[in-house]
Design a binder for this molecule. Structure first.
Ligand SMILES: Nc1ncnc2c1ncn2[C@@H]1O[C@H](COP(=O)(O)OP(=O)(O)OP(=O)(O)O)[C@@H](O)[C@H]1O
Ligand SMILES: [Mg+2]
Length: 342
C-alpha cells in the first residue's frame, strides 16, 4: 500500500526529473497568461546585453511562442523545431543573432503540433543542450500554466522569476505555480534521500496527497526526526524564487508584492525575493506594438529605471561582477546601442 501511494505521488515522475543546471539561468514564469513575462524577459535580456554580458534569450513558451515579436525578428531563420526534428545536431545551431551584438536568441517551436506536451526524453535533451550553451547568462521566457514542461524549465534556473499582477486570479495562479514547482523539486530531492522517502509515504498515507500541505509535512517531520526536519528546512532555503509584481495601477497595489511574499512564506515556508513592482504603463503596450523594446523607446522613463533597479538586484545575487552602478551610466549605454534598434 505504502509503495503504491509513493509511486502515485509522482515518485514515478521523480525518475524523470531533470537536474538543475550549473549555469546562470533566469527562467521567467507566472502561472497566468498575459502578466508580462515576455516583455520583461526580453527587456531583461536586452538590459544585460547592453551592460556587456553575453546573453542568450530562449523562447520556452511551448504553446504559443512569441518572444521573437519583442525582438524585431520577423521570421526566425531557425527555431526549436529544427533541433527537435533533428535537422540540427546541437541546440547552439539554432541560435540566431539579434540587432544587439551581445544578445542571441533561440526561437520557440512554431510549427510542431503537440509540442506543449513533449515527451520527457525530449525535454531532457533540450535541458542537456541548454547546459552546453556558451553565455554569461541564459534567460528563458516560459508560457502560462503549470504543466510539468513549464515547471521543469523553471526549476533548472539558478533563481526563477515569477511575474504576477495585482489581481486575485494572477496571484492565485502564481501561488499554484510556485506550489507545484516546489512540490516537483521536493520530489526530486527526496528521491536522493532514502529516509525521506519513507517519511513522505508515511505522511501521504495520513493526508490527502492531492492537496499536499507543506507546513503540515514540516510539522510531521519535526515530530518524527529532527535530522530530517533540519534537512528539509535547508532544502526549502534553497528554493527562493524572485517576484515581480507587474501592471500596478494604484498606490495601494504597491503592497501586493510584499503581501504575496508573506502569504507564500506562511503556506509554503519559502523566502521569495521581491524585485519590485512595475507600474501599468501604456508606453509598454506602445513599444510592443512598434516592436521596439521599451528600454530603447523610453530609455529615460520610470519603467526603464525600474528595470535597471531589478537588474541591479538580480546581479547582486548572481552576477557579482556587475560593473554598471548607476542609472545614468545605464542610460548612456542604452543611448550608444539604441541606433542599432531604432
Ligand atoms: N507594465 C505594463 N503596463 C502595460 N502593459 C503591459 C505591462 N507589461 C506588459 N504589458 C502588456 O501586456 C501584454 C502581455 O504581455 P506579455 O506578452 O509580456 O505577457 P506574457 O505573460 O508573456 O503572456 P503569455 O502568458 O501569453 O506568454 C502585452 O500587450 C504587453 O505590452
Ligand atoms: Mg509570453
Amino acid at each position: 500500500m505504502r509503495n503504491a501511494l509513493l509511486s502515485e505521488t509522482n515518485l514515478t515522475a521523480v525518475e524523470e526529473q531533470p537536474v538543475k543546471l550549473d549555469k546562470t539561468i533566469w527562467s521567467v514564469a507566472g502561472g497566468k497568461g498575459g502578466t508580462g513575462k515576455s516583455v520583461i524577459a526580453a527587456n531583461l535580456g536586452i538590459g544585460m546585453a547592453i551592460m556587456g554580458y553575453d546573453v542568450i534569450l530562449i523562447d520556452g513558451d511551448f504553446g504559443v511562442p512569441d518572444l521573437h515579436n519583442y525582438l524585431l525578428i520577423n521570421r526566425p531563420k531557425y527555431t526549436l523545431d529544427d533541433f527537435i526534428l533533428k535537422k540540427t545536431k546541437s541546440l547552439s545551431d539554432v541560435i540566431i543573432d539579434t540587432p544587439l551584438d551581445n544578445l542571441r536568441f533561440i526561437s520557440g517551436a512554431v510549427n510542431l503540433i503537440g509540442i506543449a506536451n513533449m515527451p520527457h526524453a525530449r525535454k531532457k535533451k533540450i535541458i542537456r543542450h541548454i547546459n552546453k550553451l556558451e553565455a554569461d547568462i541564459i534567460i528563458v521566457d516560459l508560457g502560462a500554466g503549470i504543466s510539468y514542461n513549464t515547471i521543469d524549465f523553471f526549476n533548472i534556473s539558478s533563481s526563477g522569476i515569477v511575474v504576477s499582477n495585482p489581481e486575485p486570479n494572477a496571484n492565485q495562479d502564481a501561488y499554484f505555480f510556485l506550489k507545484n514547482a516546489l512540490y516537483r523539486k521536493m520530489i526530486a530531492y527526496l528521491k536522493t534521500q532514502e529516509s525521506f522517502k519513507y517519511a513522505l509515504s508515511e505522511f501521504i498515507q495520513r493526508n490527502a496527497k492531492e492537496t499536499f500541505n507543506f507546513p503540515e509535512f514540516e510539522k510531521f517531520l519535526k515530530n518524527s526526526s529532527s535530522l530530517l526536519h533540519q534537512k528539509f528546512e535547508n532544502f526549502l532555503k534553497n528554493f527562493s524564487p524572485h517576484l515581480i509584481m507587474n501592471k500596478i495601477r494604484t498606490l495601494n497595489q504597491d503592497r501586493e508584492g510584499p503581501y504575496f511574499i508573506s502569504l507564500v512564506k506562511s503556506f509554503l515556508n519559502i523566502d521569495m525575493h521581491y524585485l519590485g513592482g512595475i507600474k501599468f504603463d501604456t508606453r509598454i503596450i506602445l513599444s510592443s506594438e512598434k516592436i521596439c523594446p521599451f528600454i530603447f523607446q523610453f530609455s529615460g522613463a520610470k519603467i526603464t529605471r525600474k528595470l535597471f533597479s531589478i537588474l541591479s538586484i538580480l546581479n547582486q545575487h548572481e552576477q557579482p561582477n556587475h560593473s554598471v552602478n548607476t542609472f545614468k551610466e545605464f542610460k548612456e549605454l542604452i543611448k550608444q546601442q539604441k541606433k542599432v534598434w531604432i
